[in-house]
Design a binder for this molecule. Structure first.
Ligand code: C2E
Ligand code: MG
Ligand code: MG
Length: 558
């Protein structure tokens, strides 16, 4: 339907003045998981409505492309594109959706009206694919000089050849204890030395390999080189510091990573704790549930697992609870930090650090570059960092010089610092716990106040409303009564007991599965985790993280 209409429109107008837009929402699958299908459908409707309005105002033809995609054959008008991007940004802000769920625009300027409409759409899609998942860009123009798949193909061939030709090696970037500046371990980062002597950083080839499912070929080389290197360090009687290697999501789906690593550990006869695994956050939100199981296998074998680049996009602390992760890596560069105003990025970072502490999970902050950042992170109670401020990635011979100076090394590794209660107490303060954070990072959240055994809800976030199928009307001052009523009779004691239990183990919090009665009368299983925050006169404040687990129970047949 769209294609026919568009084709006709194209022939009635001059093709040079037209563009094809392909529109797609970033991480839409995830959006549905987070906010529910209904909200996802509303989002799609909203976009479709906007496009229709644009078509009315500017002319052109719009159409649905299936899933979360749309097309818009529109005039080649910069005012229109500017208007769209401004509107998208505004809308995202209004919905507290700044991180990760933006509609992206791929634009193809139609130069040749003999090109079939399908090919025209493909070009727009190809422009779109350039920025998908890229956090900071909303719009991308098709570049006719670039033959993409051909490019990929050349790159893959070069990499294959490079692997055979031993052109790949790794650099090591130390991770430091911020209090002492001593090195507790390092990360292996792949480097490509081309035959012409050029050094290539991974940003240019890792994404191509990942896109084509071939990154495992290179990663196998890096893992083996790192194991071989640890063997060498043992033989040289250097202090043995752990080295982390990167494991791509694509690796896990392409090969049996655990078995391969096990084999390397045996082959080089090295202790398993001298190799650690960094897995990027995006790998955790794949369609497949197999990842959690794979992580468990790594852990059973004795590997430490780090979650890489936390905060880079669609972060979910719930995934932290569910996956058996040892260490959290937060990349400062992803949080738009403005130290002078202590803006959003700062408070997000601080809140993540606090929450990680409450989950008893050590944190390494990556991308630390300046004095100011170091001071700030230390104040916040961060203990470990990796970044240019301490060391840039270095080659093996420089790393050896470092190993030769035991005074610069800290053999205790990365441990949980004693949790500073003061930080926990600050959690409810507005400046630390911003709405952006509550809405984007934590999932459904509620703050409770308990006075003389009466539980009152102080603050909820949007996910809470959506999960519980509630409307705002229910936030009246008598919510305590509604709250009681909305919990299944048999589960009320368990619910109230949660708060006492949380007092007994404040760091771990208390967890229970509770049945809620939705406004429409349906029963819903909710897993609640409660943490005590602080005393306030004779009242006590608690933080609750909630998750809909109805599906788990219905699978169990309950
Ligand atoms: P990553 O795993 O998050 O690695 C950290 C990246 O940040 C490295 O870039 C490192 O050089 C850079 N970095 C560290 N400190 C600073 C700093 O203070 N300032 C700035 N501006 N940058 C800093 P690199 O080596 O270019 O690697 C980029 C990404 O490529 C890595 O991000 C990782 O996702 C991927 N990668 C690197 N090596 C491998 C590998 O062997 N296998 C796989 N699958 N991916 C790899
Ligand atoms: Mg990494
Ligand atoms: Mg990282």
């Amino acid at each position: 339907m769209f294609f026919e209409e568009a084709d006709q429109y194209l022939h009635e107008h001059s093709a040079e003045d037209l563009c094809m837009l392909a529109i797609d929402i970033d991480h839409f699958k995830l959006y549905n998981q987070f906010y529910g299908r209904t909200s996802g459908d509303q989002y799609l409707k909203y976009i479709s409505g906007c496009l229709q309005e644009y078509a009315k105002e500017y002319g052109g033809v719009t159409g649905y492309a299936g899933a979360d995609g749309f097309y818009y054959l529109c005039p080649d008008d910069l005012v229109l594109f500017n208007d769209m991007t401004v509107k998208i940004k505004k809308e995202l802000r209004a919905r507290d959706l700044e991180i990760g769920f933006a509609p992206k625009l791929g634009v193809y300027r139609i130069e040749d009206d003999t090109k079939p409409i399908m090919d025209i759409c493909d070009c727009a899609l190809s422009a779109l694919s350039d920025i998908q998942g890229e956090y900071s860009k909303i719009i991308s123009w098709y570049d006719p000089t670039k033959e993409r798949s051909e490019d990929d193909f050349m790159m893959l061939r070069e990499v294959e050849f490079g692997i055979r030709n031993n052109e790949f090696t790794f650099y090591l970037q130390p991770k430091c204890n911020m209090l002492t500046g001593k090195v507790v371990g390092s990360e292996a980062l792949v480097r490509w030395f081309k035959p012409d002597g050029r050094l290539v950083n991974p940003g240019t080839f890792i994404p191509v390999l990942e896109r084509n499912g071939l990154v495992f070929k290179l990663d196998r080389v890096v893992w083996e080189e790192v194991c071989k290197w640890q063997r060498y360090c043992i033989d040289m009687e250097y202090p043995l510091l752990p080295i982390s290697v990167n494991v791509s999501r694509a690796d896990i789906f392409s090969m049996d990573v655990a078995a391969y690593l096990q084999n390397l550990i045996q082959k080089y006869d090295i202790p398993i704790d001298c190799i650690e695994l960094e897995i990027t956050e995006s790998a955790y939100v794949s369609e497949s549930g197999g990842l959690g199981a794979e992580i468990n296998r790594f852990k059973e074998m004795g590997f430490k697992v780090l979650m890489d680049d936390f905060g880079s996009g669609y972060s979910s602390l719930n995934s932290l609870k569910e996956l058996d992760i040892d260490i959290l890596k937060i990349d400062m560069r992803f949080l738009k930090m403005d130290f002078s105003t202590k803006e959003k990025g700062v408070s997000i970072l601080e809140s993540i650090v606090n929450m990680a502490a409450s989950l008893e999970m050590p944190v390494v902050v990556e991308g630390v570059e300046t004095d100011e950042q170091v001071r700030f992170l230390k104040e916040m109670g961060c203990k470990y960092a990796q970044g240019y401020y301490y060391y840039k990635p270095m080659d093996k011979s420089d790393y050896e010089l470092l190993l030769d100076e035991p005074d610069r090394l800290d053999m205790d590794g990365i441990r949980l610092s004693e949790v500073d209660q003061v930080h926990m107490l600050d959690l409810t303060e507005e400046k630390l716990f911003t709405d952006e954070m509550i809405n984007n990072i934590l999932g459904a959240v509620a703050f409770y106040e308990v006075t003389d055994g009466v539980v009152r809800l102080l603050r909820l976030n949007e996910q809470y409303y959506q999960m519980m199928g509630m409307s705002d009307i229910m936030t009246d001052p008598e919510y305590a009564i509604h709250l009681r009523k909305s919990i299944h009779e048999e589960d009320r004691d368990a619910f109230y007991h949660l708060f006492e239990k949380a007092d007994e183990q404040p760091l771990k919090g208390s967890t229970a599965d509770i049945r809620y009665i939705r406004p429409d009368g349906e029963l819903q299983w909710i897993r609640i985790r409660i943490f005590p925050l602080k005393k306030h006169h004779n009242a006590k404040l608690y933080y609750g993280s909630l998750e809909d687990i109805t599906e788990i129970y219905s699978q169990k047949g309950q």
